[in-house]
Design a protein around this ligand. Structure first.
Ligand code: ADP
Ligand code: MG
Ligand code: ZN
Length: 494
């Protein structure tokens, strides 16, 4: 197991991740309040999620369905009977004084995810996935000397995904999280939006001598970006190694990552399961899953990121790395495939040439604009349907690749149809008639034999002259206009 693990100052890092992901249900886990982010505080609440006495939870079947789907996608075993339990703790954002969760009998067990880093490809086992409800949120910002509680999030359905302690480096942890999020998005289980808290991660980390016994782990709570996961881990690895090498012992505790200092700091000593006083929730019967529902979810399973990447490698001749980059941004992969299908319908850009140009255009220009401007850039004036004509023009030699890039960028900046930009730029060239004429005359003067042959009936030479002018103008001439001038000069109407 330890063979090939990267070492940090001679130590091996052992990490298990717990991810809480909000499910894309219309309503909350145990009541009919809307499950939606961003509403004014305490507007999406009812007696059930406010924990008024005498109310009863009713399980949301859609949450169960989404949980099953995520589990099946990751190869988990479905436990046909699972149990909701009460996990007790006191916190102002938890009006019931307990969270309804699954403990000794989770909905899903086992499963795994393949990860790939510079170190190679490995399998990270998933220990379990279970359903639970989210808590509310304490608000401190912008309220002097006071804190408020927003209970809109109280009762929102969560799937908690717990990995085995199989992760061996910060890179691997981030790759695992990215792939897990891709899986949840591709299956429409969660939007995986980290800024809105739909995908949150707790890091359990320890260090050990290579191949030795597991060390004592520290839990870093609620890290909310991939970059922070990486930073928090690097800091914590050094901190633990420093401590052990100075003869201290690591205590099991819960720490918080502070992005402004890049450090983790103690939050509380870790509670044990015993502290939570778990017991089966008497208001909820055991959850019994109908095997027909499992079958339905299995049959309806969409194409998963791993298969999609493999398909793109096989059918679109992408490298594995390029395919994974595309699939990593699902909307970009859709854009890519839409454009590819369009190119195949246009003779001059069908096949390898068009595909290669489209691929490199997507992976350079479109990806950059996507990162800069967000998903809006994949629709409107820079949609695949509007962008493909640029690549067609590159294939036919009307535009150079770098001109296509410039036009695309202008289109993204201005929100203008790329073809309108091309003809706008083309118009500027036509108004420079004299310049085109000079190019034409130069080409004809340089090729007297071809001019004679053409006049003698060798029609095919016309393209040769157009090509010569395009070359001289470095691709900037408007080919239609060049044709007109050439015809005039050559004195034939071919
Ligand atoms: P808890 O429920 O108290 O958080 P679990 O046993 O469910 O504890 O483990 C939580 C996470 O900690 C899991 O992802 C697991 O893989 C990870 N983990 C367990 N032991 C270690 C260890 N020694 N070092 C790092 N991670 C660990
Ligand atoms: Mg835990
Ligand atoms: Zn409610």
């Amino acid at each position: 197991m330890s063979v090939g693990s990267p070492l940090f100052r001679g130590w091996e890092v052992v990490v298990g991740l717990e991810v809480h992901t909000q499910l894309l249900t219309r309503t909350k886990m145990f009541c009919r309040c809307e499950n939606r982010f961003g509403a004014p505080p305490n507007t999406l609440v009812c007696p059930v999620c406010l924990a008024h006495p005498g109310t009863l939870p009713v399980l949301n079947a859609e949450a169960v369905r989404l949980g099953l789907r995520a589990g099946l996608a990751a190869g988990c075993t479905v436990n046909l009977v699972s149990v909701f339990e009460r996990k007790h703790y006191f916190y102002p954002d938890l009006p019931k004084g307990y969270q309804i969760s699954q403990y000794s009998h989770p909905l899903l067990s086992g499963g795994s995810l393949r990860v790939r880093t510079a170190e190679g490809e490995r399998t990270i086992r998933i220990h379990r996935m279970h359903l639970e409800e989210d808590a509310g949120k304490n608000l401190h910002a912008g309220i002097p000397d006071k804190s408020h509680v927003d209970l809109n999030r109280a009762g929102v359905p969560l799937l908690e995904i717990v990995s085995e302690p199989d992760i061996r480096s910060p890179d691997e942890a981030v790759d695992y999280l990215k792939r897990l999020r891709q899986l949840l998005r591709a299956t429409r289980v969660s939007d995986g939006n980290m800024e809105e808290g739909s995908f949150r991660c707790d890091i359990n980390l320890s260090v050990r001598r290579p191949g030795g016994a597991f060390g004592c782990r520290v839990e870093i709570k609620n890290v909310n970006s991939f970059r922070f996961v990486h930073k928090a881990m690097l800091f914590e690895i050094d901190r633990q190694i420093d401590a052990i090498e100075a003869g201290e012992t690591i205590r099991q505790e819960t720490r918080l990552f502070d992005p402004s200092s890049g450090r983790t700091k103690p939050m509380r000593s870790k509670e044990e399961a015993l502290d939570y006083r778990y017991f089966p929730d008497p208001d909820l019967p055991p959850l019994v899953v109908d095997p027909a529902l499992i079958e339905e979810e299995r049959r309806g399973m969409p194409e998963l990121p791993e298969s999609r990447a493999a398909r793109l490698v096989a059918s679109a001749k992408l490298t594995v790395a390029d395919a994974e980059t595309l699939v990593g941004e699902e909307a970009l992969a859709d854009y890519f495939e839409e454009g590819l299908a369009l190119l195949e319908t246009i003779p001059q850009s069908a096949g390898g040439k068009g595909r290669e140009r489209w691929t490199s255009f997507i992976l350079s220009e479109v990806l950059r604009e996507l990162n800069r401007r967000g998903e809006a850039v994949l629709s409107g004036e820079t949609s695949a349907a509007r962008t493909v004509p640029l690549i067609v023009k590159v294939c036919s030699g009307e535009l150079s690749f770098s001109q296509a890039k410039e036009v695309y960028q202008t289109a993204a900046e201005e929100g203008t149809d790329p073809l309108a930009i091309v003809s706008r730029a083309g118009l500027a060239q036509i108004s420079g008639d004299g310049e085109l004429l000079a190019f034409v005359e130069a080409v004809l003067a340089e090729n007297p034999a071809e001019v004679e042959a053409y006049r003698g009936g060798k029609d095919r030479l016309f393209a040769f002259f157009v090509g010569g002018v395009m070359k001289k103008s470095r691709g900037k001439a408007n080919p239609e206009k060049v044709g007109e001038i050439l015809r005039e000069k050559l004195g034939r109407t071919s």
